[in-house]
Design a protein around this ligand. Sequence first.
Ligand code: COA
Length: 259
Amino acid sequence: MPYATLTTALDQGIFTITINRPDKLNALNQQVMSDLNAAMDEVYSNPAIQSVILTGSGPKAFVAGADISEFSGASVEEGKAIAKKGQDIFFRIENCPKPVVACVNGFALGGGCELAMSCHFRIAAEHAKFGQPEVNLGLIPGYGGTQRLVQLIGKGRAMELLMSAGMIDAATALQYGLVNYVVPAEELLAKATAVLTVINSKAPLAVAGCIKSANAVFDESKNGFDVELHEFAACFGTTDMVEGTTAFLEKRKAIFTGK
Ligand code: COA
C-alpha cells in the first residue's frame, strides 16, 4: 500500500518501513504518524509479513523528532491529543506480535529516540546519535520517552539525558544497552536482516509469546509471571510446539507454520 511519507518493501517476510522526509530529517509530522499507524495495520493484518525493520531515509537522520513546526500555537488540549495519538501508535509498535527492529541510521532525537525505543530492539550505525532534547523547547517527551528511556538505560542515566537535552553517540548507546549492535552505516540493514532471518525461522506464535511476556514486565496492570504462564501453556495447544519438540527428538530441523 502506498504512503505519502513512508516507503515500504517486503522481502523474504521482512517488511522494511522507511520514513521518507529526508529534507526535514524525517521529522514526525501528523501525516507521518498517520502513515505509521496505517503501516502498522498492514503489519498486523498481512500474514506475509513476519517481521519489521523501521528506519529513516537519507544518510543523516533516523528521525530528528516530532515536527516542531506543528507545535507552536497549540493549546494544552491539543498538546494532550498530540501525545495521546503518538503514545497509542507507539504502543501498537511495542505490542506488535511480530518483531520490530529500529535501524538507527543517524539522529534519533526526541520523538525519533522515542520511536526507536518503542521498537523491540535497536541496531545503530556508527554515526547515530540519541537524545531527548525537548527541554530545549520548553517541553518534555510525550511519546513515551520518559518511561522507556528509564526502562532501557536506568533512572540515573535517563534523568541526566532528559534534563540536560544531551546527546549520546552510538558507542555510548551500546554501552548503556540502548542499542544491541553498532555497525558501519552501509551494513545496518544487512545486520538487521541477518538477525531477523534467524528470528523468522523460529515458531511465530512462540516469538509473539516472548514479546507479550517481556512487555508485561513494564505493564503495572499485569503480573508478568501470570502472562508468561498463560503464554507458555498456550504453546502446548499449537501445531508448532508439537513440530518443534518432535523435530528435536527426531534430530531434524523443525518446519514451523505459525499454527
Ligand atoms: N521538526 C521540524 N523540522 C526539523 C526538525 C524537527 N524536529 N529537525 C530538523 N528539521 C528540519 C530543519 O528545520 C531543516 O529544515 P529547513 O532546511 O527547511 O530549514 C532541516 O530539517 C535540516 O535540519 P538542520 O537543522 O538544518 O540540520 P543540522 O544538521 O544543522 O542539525 C539537528 C541537525 C538534528 C541537530 C537539528 O536539526 C535539530 O536540532 N533538530 C531538532 C531536534 C529536536 O529538538 N527534536 C525534538 C523535537 S520535539
